[in-house]
Design a protein around this ligand. Sequence first.
Ligand SMILES: [Zn+2]
Length: 468
Amino acid sequence: MSETDIVDINNQKREHPYGFKRNKFVISGLESINKAAYWDYQRERVYLKTNPVLKKGTHNRPVTVKPMVPNQIIECKRPSTCSKCGSTNIWEHNNRSSRIAVDLKFTRYGIKRWITKYLYKRYICSNCWKTFSSNIMASKSHIGTELLAYSIYQCIELRLPITTIEKSLNELFELSLGLGTISHVKTYAASTYEATFEKILMGLCNGHLLHADETKISLKNGSGFVWVFASMDEVAYFYTDTREGDYTQSLLKDFKGVLVSDFYAAYDSINCPQQKCLIHLIRDINDALYKNPYDEGLKQLAEGFTNLLRPMIETIDRFGLKHHFLKKHLPSVDRFYKYLLHLGLVTETAVKFRERFEKNKDKLFTFLNHDGIPWNNNNAEHAVKPFAMLRNIIKGVTTEKGLREYLILLSICETCKYRGLDFLDFLRSGEKDIDVFAASQQRRRRSTKIRHTSEVSENLGGLVAPLT
Ligand SMILES: [Zn+2]
């Protein structure tokens, strides 16, 4: 058996994968036959003719929507002035109307439905003839903030499909939310938190360290790329149509920190100190060694690089990423490059690696000259993972607009996690600024700590017998 007889089964495609798509038929007759096999069609038109259980299930299904009993009723006050011109000459324009606002209420160990009924009237201004209702009605949304928070938490952090969220909310709380409601909630949330996202992105573009990576996504119409920018405590995701780095470059035109990335060429033209991911380089060298086990030159190059890196990693293990301790390795980098020059490399692979080392000479050991700059791009690869999981749910289904909304909210979710903050709590707080929210959480923690300590000492006071 020769090597060409072996086939990697992972590369083999199933002949009939379970793709949930409408098939296109050349002959129209086949299309109507195919339609006759759809699940809903068969249950509602065919099987129920012979199956009594199905007959019951389809026929006696109640379709009425129960009216929602309000937990509270709020009567909106008569406004004192016209909302447009400020005149006080306003009259009632129609009789009382009402509106239902749907929300949830979080208790300590549970969630319950919370319905508010607003009673209001419309008014007309005798000065400018504008009609308007009470101020409170103008600002009130049909969906309350807790329901919004809970939906977005399920959509982004738990990565549930939007239709699943709607179904579970409707079943658990008898909400009768219409199809697409949660999709609107997502759109609304993304616009509400857009400034929060912009602040994260700007923070990253003005920081001292930036990890970058990009990955592909297929959309409803076409495909594009999602870029990840990450530091130690912030993450931002954004979308571009192509893998060209134009937008990334414009974002980073004033970046003064160190950019950590893989060897993708789009990053090269960004004008800042750069650290290329050495893990990527090590993997590439390792792969080449596997493929060319008798390439002596390549082996010497790999050994030289390993001997150069090993003591650096030991220093990082002991002291962390500190320039003060790492700078002692700078002379060995110079020695390595001299060693490379004198290696008798004959194969094309080995020569290519030498060229790669030469080309990236000032982008491989930048971490030795700085504090807190990692020598690999693991932070970015780690940040790609939550997006990759979300992508499994939304790929091929979402539009570009829908994806951009997901990315705004995912950026906020992940940044919260990086900073040790609860994403659901952040959404429920109504706060838009993550720094302000973090500070309020710290104050809360401090005050509960003080309360706990005083409780403990009081309890001890009751237990410990006084010294006599
Ligand atoms: Zn007016």
